[in-house]
Ligand binder design. Structure first.
Ligand SMILES: Nc1ncnc2c1ncn2[C@@H]1O[C@H](COP(=O)(O)OP(=O)(O)OP(=O)(O)O)[C@@H](O)[C@H]1O
Ligand SMILES: [Mg+2]
Length: 234
């Protein structure tokens, strides 16, 4: 009985260690959870739909996910929470912001490590490319466009493993942002063909937190966010 308990504890410890290793390898910057998400704050968001994503069946089906929506609506929170759940389910996960992923691959062109780097991004069960549209995609004269680099990666993954994107720009604006409309179109053609789409149309949690703080101080902040460019098309 005692042995059983000890063995149980040891197995549990090993499992915990494996999950921790998965999380570290994933590059997820923080542990966001669906349990900590305030659903009431985002009433247009279908909780049941997101919880279904939380089962990670889409990863097993090798489907892609595209989450669009305005600033601060919880896109990154949800995608990071899905990433954490995938680690808990012992899946291989990698997370990067769009700009960092492209920069990593371009660094590989400079030091001839591109094939290894491409492989590392190509093989995980779930690749999360967060915040497409945020930050400037840097491109040197001798580098391909971000669209070209991402296309190479997505073309390898599509149908073999799941990729999840978040973006606060219209999908139609990806071409301009990634530097090549044709290749961005080719990415979207692959991704949107079977992708699960979620558009979060609602208020910004960051603005909400700022307003609450201001209220406490007795001041009121104006809503000075620029107009969000959200693609609500299916
Ligand atoms: N409904 C919510 N409940 C609890 N926390 C939330 C909620 N929505 C957002 N947050 C928190 O607000 C912060 C901003 O959210 P997040 O980064 O997910 O926004 P985003 O939609 O990705 O915005 P951006 O377009 O600027 O990338 C995060 O700390 C996140 O955890
Ligand atoms: Mg985000």
């Amino acid at each position: 009985m005692l042995l059983e308990r000890v063995l149980g504890a040891e197995a549990a410890y090993k499992l915990e260690r494996r999950i921790e290793w998965r999380f570290k390898k994933s590059g997820l910057p923080e542990r966001k959870t669906l349990e900590a998400f305030e659903w009431a704050f985002q009433p247009n968001l279908d909780k049941a739909f997101v919880m279904e994503l939380g089962t990670l069946d889409f990863v097993r089906r090798k489907e892609d996910v595209v989450i669009t929506g305005a600033w601060g609506t919880g896109k990154s929170h949800i995608i990071k929470a899905l990433g954490l759940r995938a680690c808990l389910q012992q899946m291989a996960v990698r997370y990067a912001r769009g700009v960092d992923l492209v920069a990593d691959l371009h660094a590989g062109l400079a030091d001839a490590t591109y094939p290894q780097r491409l492989r590392r991004w190509a093989v995980p069960d779930l690749l999360i490319i967060d915040d497409i549209g945020l930050g400037q995609v840097k491109q040197r004269e001798d580098e391909p466009t971000a669209a070209h680099t991402l296309f190479n990666l997505i073309d390898r993954r599509h149908g073999h493993a799941s990729t999840a994107f978040t973006s606060n720009i219209k999908l139609s604006a990806w071409g301009r942002y990634l530097g090549d409309a044709t290749l961005a179109g080719a990415i979207l053609d692959r991704v949107t063909m079977h992708a699960i789409r979620l558009d979060i149309n609602g208020p910004s949690w960051r603005q909400h937190v700022a307003n609450e703080r201001a209220k406490k101080r007795g001041a009121k902040l104006p809503d000075d966010r620029p107009d969000p460019e959200v693609d609500a098309q299916p």
